[in-house]
Write a protein of this length. Structure first.
Length: 140
């Protein structure tokens, strides 16, 4: 049996679907980025504070560096783009949105820039600033 066949067989067995493969809110642990992009981001009170515009991947560690959340402006004119550590967002099915423990005011003061600047070079500069600002444990 090849490694691929072994992995495929394990993935289809009931043992592969365990509490470990689910998020704390009970959702599966895998999602397509295209389903995340365009999803609203709300604070805990349910106020919409932005929308996920991009998901930035760390190709070296195979982790999500951050979600780019845009807010403000009109028809994307004057919109600000904020790198938010993925670990600080939880999907709330009842709100059909990602929810974070921050307010619009905190987001206004958070690191932000153009999407191009957020991903320039390795993206590490904004990743580090975002993880420090939101006080999220680093994955690297």
């Amino acid at each position: 049996m090849t490694a691929y066949e072994s992995t495929s067989r394990a993935a289809t067995s009931k043992e592969a679907i365990s509490p470990v493969s689910r998020t704390p809110s009970g959702h599966t642990s895998a999602i397509c980025a295209s389903r995340v992009i365009g999803t609203n981001v709300k604070d805990r009170s349910g106020t919409t504070i932005g929308e996920v515009k991009e998901i930035v991947l760390d190709k070296m560690s195979n982790n999500i560096m951050f979600a780019v959340v845009g807010f403000g402006g009109f028809l994307s004119i004057g919109e600000k783009y904020h790198p938010i550590p993925w670990a600080s967002l939880d999907y709330d099915e009842s709100k059909s949105a990602y929810v974070g423990d921050f307010t619009k005011e905190q987001l206004t003061a958070a690191p932000s820039d153009s999407i191009e600047a957020l991903t320039r070079s390795s993206g590490a500069a904004y990743r580090d600033r975002a993880f420090d600002y939101y006080d999220v444990p680093r994955y690297w």
